[in-house]
Design a protein around this ligand. Structure first.
Ligand code: AMP
Ligand code: ZN
Length: 492
């Protein structure tokens, strides 16, 4: 259903630094690009948080009825050890240290990435292109930038001329960095660099003798600069202009700033309408990062094998924990915080699981339509999942009142209520029902169902069926007890 027509979605655009009404370039369609992982090691929980934020965004767009093309790349070449175009390629370094082929490194960690996302119930993107699969296109883009006079070649390497670009455009438009500051804050060239100015960035790097990841180009045997792949692949699959570009906050500069400069140089157009940046996951009040050793792996959460953790947690608990914070807020990871989320998550699931035992009444004491509107308003306000969750907990209260017959809903209200809860909990937030997998819960559900059928039989004065249900359950060791509050049961 195309319910996007009745929803005014606002997105915080990092480019304008304000919330803007979302208007796609083509009605009913969304083109979204998100920077994917550099596959030189296992993703950590911080990476997972960012990808999960965009999984939620993707899910909400789908729920609203948009046709979404979601492109998330795999960086399998060109990402050097630091952002200043220096150091070894991260993948090549790992391959050297482990005495394996770079593509073995890529394969190992791409498989791990996919396995992890599957465990955490991610929807796969529409296209997952790789940097190495687009070397030809990257060389073409460099040629174009050279033709436009905004790049220069030195000793087989090609650099983007930031100062020249800034004469007619605005380098810093996204990050808010001023050119003068950029010059000031960039480390002085060490004399080894071929760059004219320290803020220039590599489009192509000539490979040193020992560099194994190399391709032939008009300039040298070498490899593309890291920022180039995202310009190339977003343009190829989404066009010169597209709706949304996402990534973690730390990619704003230089990565996304450079992407804008490259793409704009080639097309003459602003490439992205809405830039979305997800905030960082912290551990011990520091950014979670592989390089500092301050991280936790998504798999460690599931086994409990990390000194930070008191026990294992279900993947949906982590998802719930992440979504309890807004995607633009920093989030501090701790065992206590995760335990608190676990309580909340199971409270929500218990309520969801008991929805089917609720019976409709002739009147409604709760305004489902108004509550539903509030849920959508939360999501339409820049994907405000913490507010959505607060509304879902209002629903939990109502469910408990309904069970105690202290609240009532008509058949249609009850149907609507159930639908909205299930939609937001499972489709939009992407939670899975961990409790349902528990066989004792399934058994409870089956007995509740039989109690309901027996009640219907009694209402129809079908005493034979009613007694049969009671007696056969008793033979299985399940005793029904009729009381003033309805029928309860015990399992012997
Ligand atoms: P990388 O593989 O380093 O390119 O990172 C993949 C994604 O994870 C990028 O969007 C990063 O911005 C994001 N990221 C890295 N560290 C964190 C963190 N501590 N919290 C949230 N996102 C992160
Ligand atoms: Zn990127």
């Amino acid at each position: 259903m195309e319910i996007y027509k009745e929803n005014q979605l606002k997105i915080y655009n990092s480019l304008s630094k304000s919330k803007e009404l979302f208007k796609p370039l083509t009605e009913g369609r969304v083109g979204m690009y998100v920077c994917g992982p550099t596959v030189y090691s296992n993703v950590h929980l911080g990476n997972v948080r960012t990808f999960m934020s965009f999984d939620m965004v993707f899910r909400y767009f789908l729920h609203l009825g948009y046709k979404v093309r979601y492109v998330r790349n795999i960086t399998d070449a060109g990402h050097l050890e630091n952002d200043a175009d220096e150091g070894e390629d991260r993948i090549a370094k790992k391959a050297r240290l482990e005495h394996i082929e770079p593509m073995e490194v890529v394969q190992r960690y791409t498989v791990d990435f996919h396995k992890t996302l599957q465990k955490y119930n991610f929807l796969p993107p529409s296209i997952e292109p790789t940097a190495t699969g687009h070397i030809v296109e990257q060389i073409e883009m460099i040629k174009e930038i050279l033709e436009n006079g905004l790049a220069y070649e030195v000793n087989g390497s090609v650099y983007f001329d930031v100062l020249k670009y800034n004469e007619s455009a605005h380098y810093g438009i996204l990050s808010g960095r001023k050119m003068e500051d950029a010059i000031h804050n960039t480390r002085a060239l060490d004399g080894q660099s071929d760059k004219k100015n320290p803020q220039d960035f590599a489009l192509w790097k000539k490979a040193e003798e020992r560099h194994i990841m190399r391709w032939t180009s008009p300039w040298s045997d070498g490899f593309p600069g890291w920022h180039l792949e995202c310009s190339v692949m977003s343009t190829k699959y989404l066009g010169e202009q597209f709706d949304i570009h996402g990534g973690g906050m730390d990619l704003k500069f230089p990565h996304h700033e450079c992407e804008i400069a490259q793409s704009q140089t080639c097309s003459g157009k602003t490439p992205v309408n809405y830039w979305m940046h997800a905030n960082m996951l912290l551990l011990n009040s520091q950014k979670m990062a592989k390089s500092t050793g301050n991280y936790i792996l998504p798999n460690e959460i599931l086994t409990g094998e990390n000194p930070v953790l008191s026990k294992a947690f279900a993947p949906s608990v982590v998802r719930f924990f992440n979504l309890q914070a807004h995607y633009r807020s920093i989030l501090d990871f701790s065992n206590d915080a995760l335990e608190a989320s676990e309580k909340g998550y199971y409270k929500l699931m218990d309520a969801v699981n008991s929805l089917n035992t609720i019976e409709a009444s002739s009147t409604s004491t709760f305004d489902v339509a108004a509550w539903k509107k509030q849920c959508y308003s939360a999501m339409n306000d820049d994907f405000n999942t913490p507010i959505l969750i607060a509304h879902l907990f209002e629903a939990v209260k109502v469910i408990n009142q309904l069970k105690d017959q202290k609240s009532a809903l008509t058949v249609t209200d009850l149907e609507d209520f159930k639908n909205i809860i299930n939609t937001f909990v499972f489709d939009v937030m992407g939670l899975t029902n961990e409790t349902k997998k528990d066989s004792s819960n399934a058994l409870d559900g089956v007995v509740e169902l039989l109690i309901k059928l027996r009640k219907e039989a009694r209402e129809n004065k079908d005493w034979a069926l009613s007694d049969q249900i009671r007696d056969e359950l008793l033979a299985l060791g399940i005793q029904l007890k009729d009381g003033r509050e309805g029928t309860s049961f015990s399992i012997n």
